[in-house]
Every structure is written in structure tokens, then in C-alpha cells.
Write a protein that binds this ligand. Sequence first.
Ligand code: HEM
Length: 150
Amino acid sequence: MKRGDAALFDRIGGDRLRAVIVEFYEHVFADVMIGFLFAGKDKARLIEKEWELAARMLGADLPYTGRPMKEVHARHPILGGHFDRRLQILKNVMATHAIDPEVQAVWIDHTQAMRAQITADQGSECDHDAAASRAHAPGDSTAPLPLRRR
Ligand code: HEM
């Protein structure tokens, strides 16, 4: 995993980093789109492990004691849109806390770089060209309607 500059961790500080992550998981657990995936999960553990991961990403010299990302997420039906939603919540919380722009950028890049370990699904963007070039099968709701005969 690419490690940041320790100066970034010092810039935000461990306590502020924890405050962001605590609020982040409050929103995640309550979220209408992704909250259901976290039902019954141990929020305190998630906060602890996420803090370790984020601290390391920002250059802190401490271990990550959680389970491997791929293994822990593989058992959950996480779609590309869920991934994007989680990232949006993170962006919102970082903005609310007025986190240093460089720390924000590194955290967002780091999250994006882990996408393939979390979900095999694509992003949630609409690919209009691909949709337009798809052959219309009979009965397909996007196929032209048959002409009415009199
Ligand atoms: C790069 C993005 C992500 C990171 C860095 C991340 C980080 C983590 C960490 C550190 C844990 C705790 C591991 C442990 O207990 O040892 C965890 C667990 C979990 N994550 Fe993520 N996560 C990411 C994306 C997602 C997404 C997109 C979802 C769903 C919307 C999700 C849902 C979960 C769930 C449900 C658990 C609990 C797993 C369990 O105990 O069965 N994660 N994640």
C-alpha cells in the first residue's frame, strides 16, 4: 500500500482523525443507501480499524490490526454505487470538519485505489454510448414498440 508523508498525519492529528471517522460511521450506519449493509456490525471496531488504516495512509508508523480488505468485504453484496456513496459521505464529513485539502486528496485517492479490493462492480455512472450500442432484444423495454396494425 502506498504510504503518505508522516507530516500529513501530524497535520490532522490522531484525535481529529478519530473525530472525522466517528462522524463518518454515524452517517454510514444511518444512511438510506448503504446503512443496511452495516446492520448489526460492531461500530466501535470499525472506527478503530478504519482509524489505523487512515493513520497509516497518512504516514503514521503504526500497525493495521484488522482483517484484509478483500476478505472482509467479499462476503457482502457491495455494488459500485454503494462504494461511491460511502466515498461521498467521507467527502462530506471531511468538508464539514474543514480538513486540510492535501489530507482530503490523499484520503480520496487512497479510497479510490482500493475499489477493486472492495467490489468487482463498476461505478454508478451511466454509460450512454454502451447503452445505445446494445442490441435491442424482443421484449426488451428499450426496444422500439411494434407498430399497431389495423
Ligand atoms: C476503500 C474503501 C473502504 C475501506 C477503507 C473500508 C474499511 C473497512 C475496515 C477497516 C473494516 C473493518 C475490518 C475488520 O473488522 O477487521 C471494514 C469492514 C466493513 N466494511 Fe468496509 N471499507 C471500505 C469500503 C466499504 C464499502 C463501500 C462498504 C459498503 C457500502 C463497506 C462495508 C463494510 C462492512 C459491512 C464491514 C463489516 C464487515 C464484517 O464485519 O462482516 N466497506 N471496512
